[in-house]
Design a binder for this molecule. Structure first.
Ligand code: 13P
Length: 250
């Protein structure tokens, strides 16, 4: 039985005051006694303070990116050890905005995945196709390539300590969500690929869906057999909306 995970990716939003209000409201609204795991990923400068506010709440802390290098002269970068030091348990790697806007290649994403795990962080490996790639019937090929880049460096067993997030680029921030069936098709392919290498890990790895997840569509998505929760952008900035999405994950 896979424990659902609902992650809020705050992206480059918020302030100390806004974050404090958001977390206070969220902790108040989160349904008690649910078994889904909840994660929030604030921008770097707010990790420590948000983590303190989350202490003992059961809500996990994650970062949005990590440097592939361990330490040294890498101006502007943040290492996995630093993220661990400020209380992160998770870190996103390979988000499409990092791939598209900051040129992160499959190979770099794989190195970030390794760096995260080397410090005991759980990487959330983001994969997904663009609209052109979907319309060119390349979805499965693109997602497989992104997955293989990590598998070839890290091996399938590393996925026992990782989460995968399928985020079709055309559904991110556009209000256009993949249907349950569209997402399920890709999730099933990812799981089958992992299971072909290791049946146990294929059965246990959590695969999240991301891309315009809202309270109104979360339940349809989460009801799919291979969708184990969500990676939520815009809707994670609204406490009531995010709490309702979390409630929908079981
Ligand atoms: P939206 O939920 O705003 O579409 O963003 C999805 C996302 O990129 C989460 O990482």
């Amino acid at each position: 039985m896979r424990q659902p995970l609902v992650a809020g990716n705050w992206k480059m939003h918020g302030s100390r005051a806004e974050n404090a209000n958001l977390v206070t409201a969220l902790l108040d609204l989160l349904p008690a006694g649910k078994h889904a795991e909840i994660l929030v990923c604030p921008p770097f400068p707010y990790l420590l303070e948000t983590g303190r506010q989350l202490k003992d709440s059961g809500v996990q802390l994650g970062a949005q990116s990590v440097c592939a290098e361990a330490q040294g002269a890498f101006t502007g970068e943040v290492s996995a050890a630093m993220l661990k030091d400020v209380g992160c348990r998770y870190v996103l790697v390979g988000h499409s905005e990092r791939r598209q806007l900051y040129g992160e290649s499959d190979a770099l994403v794989a190195r970030k995945f390794v760096a995260a795990q080397s410090q005991g962080l759980v990487p959330v490996l983001c994969v997904g196709e663009t609209l052109d790639e979907r319309e060119g019937n390349q979805t499965l090929q693109v997602v497989s390539r992104q997955l293989e880049a990590v598998l070839s460096v890290s091996g399938v067993r590393s996925l026992a300590r990782a989460v995968i997030a399928y985020e079709p680029v055309w559904a991110i921030g556009t209000g256009r969500t993949a249907s349950g069936e569209q997402a399920q098709e890709v999730h099933a392919m990812i799981r089958a690929r992992v299971a072909a290498l290791d049946a146990t890990i294929g059965g246990s790895v959590r695969i999240l869906y991301g891309g315009s997840v809202k309270a109104s569509n979360a339940q349809e998505l989460f009801a799919m057999p291979d969708i184990d929760g969500g990676l939520v952008g815009g809707a994670s900035l609204k406490a009531d909306e995010f709490a309702r999405i979390c409630a929908g994950a079981g």
